[in-house]
Design a protein around this ligand. Structure first.
Ligand code: FAD
Length: 415
């Protein structure tokens, strides 16, 4: 079997990763049929503005879409929207879709993304309780976001905190309820958690840590209160749930494709079926700079894997892999994260958090593995290079702001 001779490619999931795979296939000269199956009613769009400028009403909907509808027509991509792919028949090389149809494939890319974890408590189904994943979610939330209304956010991860910043800027009274002992506990260090807690508190957000939601109460089907395990009662007009996501791997697992909290793929995004690839939030991939596997939930990962899948299908050389990176916008703070900090044994802070411009570097055995840079683009950019190179960096140089990041990087790289 020569996958590069594929005449029909099917993509399941019209999100960031699926769209990128298609753009790269066409850019790479693929001329065969492409069918993109997406359960949402709209063509592929970027999600980051949903918890930022779009939620605030400062970002027009058209700007969310990667390409206008005409692009798909002009490039002979058959968009099958508002349609869920239901099953993969690997022997017949066929994807069945809802309403009884099917799509045949020579190569299949699974780009089904992830879905929000649901609240396992009484009252989670009341109206006024929302997830934040899609344009449709924001359209449901936005009408209720008016000055003076009370929003309770469950979960102090990036999405919860970004939404808190937007809601606060729109004049809502915001309380964030976090089960862990600090915000962003799953993704970053105590230094960053403290910084963001201080910022949000200064902006008037109430942050409750070590706080467990017990249940939600409502009247006439509409949420009115969030009850915590310690008996605290928080009045709530809107409850936003941001407690993490789960990979949409079931369609692959049901077809016998290897999964383990994510569809398992190799460096080129192959699953254990040579005709099937998986990309984006749904995939568990080799993390080449870290010597292990993992699932990444980011735009960078979705784009990179979309490109990797297209190259693998077209038989082209593997594109270079960057180190993982991510960003979060809250108020006027741009946080840029490069690398994965898990397993660090030393933190070096460069600059003063009080200046709202600083970076926290994470080292393991003297090697830089990650950075959190707040309003500090040079620190972010230089760190990406250092992380990819896997070189040792002297901590005393990193926290010496009299030495430029460029100079630190050049010295370490030539090291
Ligand atoms: P998605 O973009 O979720 O696309 C998957 C698509 O597949 C969805 O449309 C889904 O409905 C569809 N689908 C699933 N199952 C089926 C099926 N069986 N049949 C048909 N269609 C199906 N990342 C950053 O790097 N920086 C940020 O600042 C940032 N902010 C974010 C803010 C929000 C509110 C959200 C939700 C995410 C944010 N992310 C951010 C994460 C980033 O958007 C995701 O990692 C990225 O969208 C993943 O792309 P994907 O294609 O894997 O999944």
């Amino acid at each position: 079997m020569d996958i590069s001779q594929s005449k029909q490619i099917c993509v399941i999931g019209a999100g960031q990763a699926g769209a990128q795979a298609i753009f790269s296939l066409r850019q790479g000269g693929y001329e065969g049929a492409i069918k993109l199956i997406g359960e949402e009613p709209v063509p592929p769009y970027q999600r980051p503005p949903l918890s930022k400028a779009y939620m605030k009403g400062e970002f027009a909907e058209e700007r969310l879409f990667f390409k206008p509808m005409a692009w798909y027509e002009d490039n002979n991509v058959d968009l099958i929207l508002s349609t869920r792919a239901e099953a993969i028949d690997r022997a017949a090389r066929r994807v069945s879709i809802e309403n009884g149809g099917h799509v045949d494939y020579d190569a299949l890319i699974i780009a089904t993304g992830s879905r929000p974890r649901t609240l396992p408590v009484k009252g989670a189904d009341l109206s006024g309780v929302y997830d934040l994943r899609s344009i449709a979610d924001v359209e449901r939330i936005k009408p209720g976001m008016s000055e003076g209304r009370k929003m309770v956010i469950i979960g102090a991860g990036y999405i919860g905190l970004e939404a808190a910043a937007v809601a606060r800027q729109m004049g809502l009274e915001v309380t964030v309820v976090e089960m862990a002992s600090r915000v962003l506990a799953r993704v970053t260090s105590p230094v960053m958690s403290e910084f963001y807690t201080t910022e949000h508190t200064a902006q008037g957000v109430t942050i409750l840590t070590d706080a467990r939601l017990s249940h939600l109460e409502g009247q006439n089907g509409q949420v009115t209160e969030a009850h915590l395990a310690d008996s605290t009662v928080l009045p709530a007009d809107i409850v936003l749930v941001g407690i993490g996501i789960l990979p949409n791997e079931e369609i692959a697992a049901d077809a016998g494709i290897a999964c383990n909290s994510g569809i398992i793929v190799d460096r080129d995004t192959h699953t254990n079926d040579p005709r099937i690839f998986a990309v984006g939030d749904c995939a568990r991939r080799p993390l080449v700079h870290y010597g292990r596997q993992g699932r990444l939930e980011s735009v960078h990962n979705a784009i990179e894997q979309g490109k990797l899948a297209a190259a693998a299908i077209l038989g082209k050389p593997r594109p270079a892999e960057d180190c993982p990176w991510f960003w979060s916008d809250q108020y006027d703070l741009k946080l840029q994260i490069a690398g994965l900090s898990e397993g660090y044994d030393e933190i070096v802070v460069r600059g003063d958090p009080e200046d709202r411009k600083f970076a926290a570097f994470y080292l393991k055995n003297g090697t830089l593995i990650s950075v959190d840079a707040v309003n500090a683009a040079p620190e972010f950019l230089a760190s990406k290079k250092l992380i990819i190179a896997g070189v040792k960096v002297a901590p005393e140089r990193l926290n010496d702001t009299s030495i430029s990041m460029k100079e630190i990087a050049v010295t370490a790289l030539n090291g």
